[in-house]
Design a protein around this ligand. Structure first.
Ligand code: MG
Ligand code: MG
Length: 278
């Protein structure tokens, strides 16, 4: 494997292997979005996710991850839970929102496992206008970040695009202490991809690098606390939070959003960014 300043650099063939993993995640999240409704438990969603990942030839990367070992295939974070919620008996109610984070590993012909990582926030039935807007702002900020990535640019260009979009949208909290990340043969690799930063700063972006961008935004504070389960991250003021994430790779053509079913083509073209499928 080639590295540039500790950042993994993939060949075009390896990027295509990552696309396979990204599609497993993207399709699984599409199924989960359709399954979200009042009366469904977060454990139900987890079971659906694990079956979807395995049926497509993947392995859930979250299962057994970290310390204490994460016990499920998705993170399911409801309302004031920001990220890393553990699926369980909680039943979704009309008016809730749920952030679902999903990761999968797919092996290439040589047996090397490639990771995909993405997240969506879904409304359970009707939610108040401010919550709907929180979700829209967070998702749009993700796409601004993705569209800011260029070969020869810097990680800070992505961070700045995310931050400036959220700040201009209103009085939201950009969650501190959690960032996007490099991804490839592991889920979490160099470099960090912060949701705040300055243009032109940070590691240089090169062809073959793959990153996960994941804004986490609240209706209140940027501060969080971790629950007694040692995983669930909750906003410190109990304000509701949204989380969207995609994994992308930089190619000679541009930005290829590996976990988006259309590769990101529609949103990138809308934002005037080069679409990088190879
Ligand atoms: Mg994730
Ligand atoms: Mg991630």
């Amino acid at each position: 494997m080639l590295f540039d300043h500790r950042i993994e650099v993939k060949t075009p063939e390896q990027v295509r292997s990552m696309r396979a993993a990204g599609l497993v995640v993207g399709r699984t999240l599409a199924r989960l979005r359709d399954a979200v409704q009042p009366g469904v438990s977060t454990a139900d969603l987890d079971a659906l996710a694990e079956a979807s990942i395995r049926e497509q030839g993947g392995v859930p990367s979250f299962l057994g991850y970290g310390v204490p070992p994460f016990p499920a295939s998705i993170c399911a974070s409801v309302n004031d839970e920001v990220v890393h919620g553990i699926p369980g008996p909680r039943v979704l109610q009309e008016g809730d929102i749920i952030s679902i984070d999903c990761g999968a590993i797919v092996a290439d012909e040589d047996g090397t496992g490639w990771h995909g990582d993405a997240a969506i926030t879904v409304a359970v039935g009707d939610v108040p206008e401010d919550v709907r807007r929180l979700m829209q702002v967070t998702e749009d900020a993700l796409w601004r970040g993705l569209a800011a990535a260029r070969v020869g640019g810097r990680v800070g260009d992505i961070s700045h695009a995310v931050e400036s979009f959220v700040r201009a949208a209103g009085d939201f909290g950009i969650v501190e202490g959690y960032t996007g990340h490099g991804i490839g043969t592991s889920m979490h690799m160099e470099p960090d991809v912060p949701n705040e930063g300055r243009r032109g700063r940070g590691p240089r972006l090169k062809r073959g690098m793959a990153l996960a961008v994941e804004p986490m935004v609240t209706l209140g504070t940027a501060d969080t606390v971790v629950a007694d389960d040692e995983w669930t991250v909750i906003s410190a003021d109990r304000s509701w939070a949204a989380h969207y994430e995609h994994t992308f790779a930089l190619t000679d053509a541009g930005v290829w959003v590996l976990t988006a079913e259309d590769g990101g083509q529609a949103r990138l073209e809308e934002l005037g960014a080069p679409y990088g499928a190879i």
